[in-house]
Design a protein around this ligand. Structure first.
Ligand code: C2E
Ligand code: MG
Ligand code: MG
Length: 350
């Protein structure tokens, strides 16, 4: 769309109006459907002086709007161009990273607040690039999602993590549960449930030791398919955790639409716990709600003993964070379990 003689505030009000119009439900047969819209805006002559660059900058802004969520608009900013060049460099390096053995997993302990014994471990993906060094997951996982590589990489993560946990011997955490993150593209992939089943069979890991973590955004974008897939996984006896719970759109109806077993309270609430009474109230409400619904709760991002004690006092059963254990190689998890068994810190592993 070309809007002549338009400054930023006028173009913003026009596109806001367009988003509102586009968002109206349409009736198709006996179903109401909605169309989601994202808009990117570039302005002549500020952002570019030729049509090709202007359109490509609007496209970059559109891309940014899509990453931010549904029904949004974004103005082009020059940092987007730098960002997209960086992304391109990362994207190139990421292709073939799995085949070149540049990816590995670390495992972060999830401990019981009662006695700090390890109940689960969460598998977290790491990329050590020979040219770029250690790239943070927050930078490369969204790229994997965009370029579709998350499907084969996610399959590798699941198989590797299950194999490592299934190989734990008595005294090393033979009953530890395993949590694995699953992204939207994996979940809606038609082979996902079959793949999970095959991995469990191949590795010999008991299905009820596996928990798959999904974030709300995964469910919002793919609600109908996701609900079916999650139910099929539950039929395998795999459990489902709502990751980063409390952020995003947090529609409470999700708690009964989707078969969760665990809520993972987002780190942002934990870090505000001591200084902000509202955060404390939200955490204790989530704990109450989970208790009434028969769900387990993990609080994420515990960095201090004070946060730990407060969560324990509030009745949070499971804790994950740098203070109780950083992400580490599986060998260190085994050592930790063996040391805990020696000192009888771990009474029961479940
Ligand atoms: P997540 O699933 O919420 O994982 C927890 C993140 O919080 C991890 O970051 C972990 O290192 C970090 N963390 C744990 N304790 C603390 C703490 O006390 N303080 C702070 N500041 N951070 C803490 P990481 O490893 O960088 O992973 C970031 C996100 O990337 C994960 O968030 C998850 O959404 C995604 N991710 C990681 N591995 C995978 C994977 O294999 N597949 C998919 N699809 N996503 C993954
Ligand atoms: Mg997670
Ligand atoms: Mg999380």
């Amino acid at each position: 769309m070309i809007l002549p003689n338009c400054d930023d505030s006028r173009s913003a009000s026009i596109v806001e109006h367009m988003l509102k119009l586009m968002g109206r439900p349409l009736t198709l047969g006996d179903r109401d459907v909605t169309v989601s819209t994202c808009i990117g805006i570039a302005q002549y002559p500020r952002d570019a002086t030729n049509p090709e660059t202007l359109v490509s900058h609007a496209d970059l802004a559109l891309h940014r709007a899509k990453v931010d969520g549904l029904n949004r608009f974004q103005f082009y900013q020059s940092m987007m161009r730098d960002r997209s060049q960086e992304d391109l460099q990362l994207d190139t390096a990421l292709h073939g990273a799995l085949e070149r053995n540049e990816l590995h997993l670390v495992f972060q302990p999830i401990v019981r607040s009662a006695d700090r014994s390890m109940a689960k471990v969460e598998a977290l993906l790491r990329w050590q690039s020979p040219t770029l060094g250690a790239v943070p997951p927050a930078c490369f996982i969204p790229l994997l999602e965009r370029n579709g590589l998350i499907v084969p990489v996610g399959r590798w993560v699941l198989a590797t993590a299950c194999r490592e946990v299934a190989a734990l011997k008595p005294g090393q955490g033979a009953t530890l549960r395993l949590a694995v993150n699953v992204s939207a593209r994996q979940l809606v992939h038609p082979d996902f449930v079959t793949d999970v089943k095959a991995v469990l069979e191949d590795t010999g890991l008991d299905a009820d030791r596996l928990e798959l973590e999904v974030t709300e955004s995964v469910l919002i974008e793919n609600a109908v398919v996701a609900a079916d897939v999650l139910r099929a996984l539950c039929r395998l006896r795999v459990t489902i955790a709502a990751d980063d719970f409390g952020t995003g759109y947090s529609s409470l109806s999700y708690l009964w639409k989707f078969p969760f077993s665990t809520l993972k309270i987002d780190r942002s609430f934990v870090s505000a716990l001591i200084t902000d009474n509202h955060a404390k109230t939200i955490v204790s409400s989530i704990l109450g709600l989970a208790d009434d619904l028969g769900l387990s709760v993990v609080a994420e991002g515990i960095e201090t003993p004070i946060q730990f004690e407060m969560l324990k006092t509030l009745g949070c059963p499971l804790i994950q964070g740098y203070w109780t254990g950083r992400p580490m190689p599986m060998a260190a998890i085994k050592e930790g379990m063996m040391a805990a068994t020696d000192t009888e810190l771990v009474r029961t592993e479940r």
